[in-house]
Design a protein around this ligand. Sequence first.
Ligand SMILES: C[S@@+](CC[C@H](N)C(=O)[O-])C[C@H]1O[C@@H](n2cnc3c(N)ncnc32)[C@H](O)[C@@H]1O
Length: 268
Amino acid sequence: MSADQRPGPPAQGSLQRRSAARTAVVWNALREVLDRQDTGRPASVVDIGGGTGEFAVRVAELGHRVVVVDPSPDALAILARRADESGVADLVTGRQGDLDDLPDLPDLLGDTGRGADVVLCHGVLEIVEDPAAALVALAGVLRPGGTLSLLVNQRHAAVVARAMAGHFGQARALLESSVLQQVQPSTDPGSRNHRFTADEITVVLDEAGFDTVSMQAVRVFVDLVPSSLVDLEPGAAQALVELEQAVANRPEYLALATRIHTLATRRT
Ligand SMILES: C[S@@+](CC[C@H](N)C(=O)[O-])C[C@H]1O[C@@H](n2cnc3c(N)ncnc32)[C@H](O)[C@@H]1O
């Protein structure tokens, strides 16, 4: 195969379509939570591990105030540029910080020392030292009755993915692990990759003082379908988003999903 016959990197439109299919379910659920806020003021939102602000900027575009906490200065710099370009720089604050060692509330939220209305923690619980302790810290950032939006990797899908890649030993080890084993603190951040089942999420949330309100299956199909099918077939990308949305609230699909999105409220 000559250089110009080789497939290049996916086109921008392809990446955007795939990204939309990956985030639509979570964004729709989060948006409903934000639309339900009836405090008479913009919601106070904290996005822990919010990275470059993919969600934070969209939340700010709805008029809410968002504090993004992330250890990466590079991510925070991109966040600031993105917020600026979207015209919401006055609503978005980046704070360098760590879920394992969060700043005190008044320090984090400025004058609103009462706790955030909504906390996002998407794709972070997997890599912290102790997920159970991290959830307790997240509860401390929320006001009583406030909502946690938690997105984590789901273990059974990871078992299937490893097996399909031919890593049968790894698949077996993951299958036989449990979150209780996985949460043993590891000093090596690179080695941390906690994965959770729906039942485990419910248990650790309960122990941290949360009531689980809903659980959604996220990315049931999008990681399995070849890009060419989505890109070449007219209307396929939109149909895939609609299919993901259609199965998201069916509990039988939780065990097939790459990720689980949970909404939980902090007990009063
Ligand atoms: C997989 S990315 C998820 C980014 C974003 N939340 C999203 O869903 O698109 C993980 C993010 O967590 C941040 N992170 C890593 N360790 C963290 C920690 N201990 N506390 C808070 N954030 C952390 C990383 O810098 C990165 O931005």
